[in-house]
Write a protein that binds this ligand. Sequence first.
Ligand SMILES: [Zn+2]
Length: 472
Amino acid sequence: MTVVAPGFYYRLPALAQDLLVTAMGAAHRWRRNDPGEQRRFLEYLRAQDLRSAEQRQDAQWGFLRETLRHGCREIPYVQRLQRDVGFEPDDVRSLEDLARLPILTKAQVKDNPGDFLPRNRNLRGTVRSQTSGTTGTPMTSWYSRTAFARQWACVSLLREWHGVSDGLLPHRIQLTGSPVLDPARSNRRPFRWNHAARTMVVPVNAVGPEAVGPLLEAIRNWGRAEVMEGYPSALYSLALLGKSADIEGPQIPLMITTAEKLTPTQRVVLQEYFGGRVVDQYAFSEPGVFVGECEKGKLHLFPESGLMELLPLEGKVLVPGGLARIVTTSFHNTAQILLRYDTGDLARVAEHPSCECGRETLTIDSIEGRQSDLLRIETGSGIRYLTPALLSTAYYGFPAIFRGQIVQVAPGALDVSVELTRPFGEDEMQALLNRFGVICGTDLQVTIRVTDEIPLGAAGKFRAVIPWEGPK
Ligand SMILES: [Zn+2]
């Protein structure tokens, strides 16, 4: 949400700001979302959730053929494919059929965005969104209101899996990058209300040592928060600020993290501090295929949101527990159709695909971060790969580490910077070095240094891992 004319807005009293935040929130919701469709699709998903694997697969492939039919009518890229490859939407019934279509790269979409939009360019009622590229290459996407509504229906169902009674409209704390508070002023109330959405809107940049006390007290006094949502790093820094100020954490039954990799340390600290359950969610930003964590802690694809193909890395084979590239075909977004889109993200293939929760949908063990963040390690003993997710486990069991950044400075050397909440003892530093040795292998040269502040990357995103890009 963007607050218009911040100068004007910032001069208003807090209660008036609440009203404006509510109004802007409602306008935003109507412009981008289709609340009626969100409710309908949520009801559909609730019913699907109880159906058999075959029934859900039928629905999934039905949506796929509908997407292909729409593409053949409207989208130049799909029309060209139909001509060149010669497929009929109604005949596409298996992954083998689909595999006749080429993989689509991010570069193709960036270079020729018009190729993936409806031929008549009737984009009325669609929303353009700029996704922040973590490595500084943003991409423009177009969403239809239906696509947006259906994605939020998936989020709503995920909330209900974890005990929220009305997934559409829970009492919610939203940690956001939205500038709803003047960062230049100290605010006695470090959040604003979006009354219509029952949401306490907390701007991440306003939460510091001074604001954390009043904020946590307000959450406790409200006493109704069912779920807190935001980047894991934002939730985590709130918990750490509260802990270091010796404030007891208010109880929050559910925390849903999104967009960044949730580390094991973050999960444990959040669970301990707020007493609730931490659930990870992954909605691939451009196409909107949805993956959410179930009651048993496993990540499931929502098959009605799209197809997710797990493909081997170049020169490798796919094995249980191994790494895979994530290629998605999302349904529902008639404003921009991306078939077999290479998301650039990596998954760990499920070691045991079935889940105790009983859902027979596709599962994965984890999202391992961007393929572009994969470290290719080269030492005397050969070449191997380290994923951001694996590296993040290095900080596990070191509560003094607020966050860390790993920069690969040479094929066989890492510089690790850590921000601490209290000084490190020498034994802790040695233990951390040993931990890196266990994870990365002792042939890798690792240097650790303590720093006051790790700089943010493009679009204000924190980068936990930066691979070597060759000699400068
Ligand atoms: Zn499950």
